[in-house]
Design a protein around this ligand. Sequence first.
Ligand SMILES: Cc1cc2nc3c(=O)[nH]c(=O)nc-3n(C[C@H](O)[C@H](O)[C@H](O)COP(=O)(O)OP(=O)(O)OC[C@H]3O[C@@H](n4cnc5c(N)ncnc54)[C@H](O)[C@@H]3O)c2cc1C
Length: 334
Amino acid sequence: MKPFTYAAASSLEDVVGALDEGCRPLAGGTDLLGLMKTGIRGPERLVSLKSIEALEGVERREDGWRIGALTTLSELASPARGGEQRELEVLSRAAAESASPQLRNAATIGGNLLQWPRCWYFRNWLTRCWLKGGDRCLAAGGENRYHAILGAARCHMVHPSDPAVALAALDARVELRGVHGVRTLKIDAFFGEPKPLRENGTVVERDEVITAVVVPRPSRESRGVYVKLAERKVWDFALVSAAVQIEMTEGAVTDAAIVLGGVAAKPWHAFEAEGRLVGEALTGTAMEAAASAATAGAVSLSQNGYKIELAEGAVREALRRLQRTFGSESTGVG
Ligand SMILES: Cc1cc2nc3c(=O)[nH]c(=O)nc-3n(C[C@H](O)[C@H](O)[C@H](O)COP(=O)(O)OP(=O)(O)OC[C@H]3O[C@@H](n4cnc5c(N)ncnc54)[C@H](O)[C@@H]3O)c2cc1C
């Protein structure tokens, strides 16, 4: 491991100043320290965020939720009080199904959104893939069973975060603070296209720190579910996942968000599938149409064609669970 200096910041201003001078932020350390040990990342200076109170806590406001960047996945996953449980159900489930209990106790939501790709060509210190400045994506013609089927061009990595998929379905924003002030970005805008040697797969600037994630409050008629399909039940990343948030009024879907994980370099909004549901009851026909449309435009590599069927299955399962949650009203019967 390369030598580095470590400082604990005492205020948010300190953090932003330190980042502007080239320090890198450290939160739970569950991703960054592993990458430093294997030599994939080698920051010379780290600034710890853990003592900054302004980054802590989950706050329920009139118009939604403000989730501090240091909120751990365990906190997000724990059975919540009152309306929080229903309103943030999709996020709680995604957090609960992430990693392992020990990791969830340390991992923060800020670090989770900025975790690095799990692509084995990226994580192997011997390889020089496109993302690390090489001339091509080694997965394209190599071992690619865990790679992208949607939206990939020069790089076929998938974003590993479960909570990011749920946050996209909740239309959340990421709040960032840097030397030029505060800005908020929708999850879609936050995750940019993969770029070689970029600090991370997002549009975060070097001097910026994530301060919070802001979730607009879903309507009383809205419900969400998260379905994760992985090789193991714990300590494993999604092969494919689906976060689905649906609002139903008088037996018809009035709003739908269907977001896929494990299929693209960012949470993948299945707009075509959403369009198949709005205005419909949750009947078998409507759900089937939405599930088949979820992978519109998918292109598989030599080993990951199974993900198309899996993604459609995840959406189908999510819709079935929602059908049960909404009860007989959702099918237009009774
Ligand atoms: C074995 C294993 C299994 C896992 N399984 C899953 C899984 O199933 N689902 C899932 O979603 N994740 C999974 N993870 C990933 C885990 O959730 C992340 O490692 C964790 O969320 C990162 O958070 P952290 O606080 O430890 O971040 P750190 O490791 O401290 O930081 C990660 C990155 O984010 C930056 N950063 C951190 N906080 C901020 C901030 N507030 N502002 C700006 N930059 C910041 C750091 O500089 C670094 O580049 C797994 C990890 C492991 C090791």
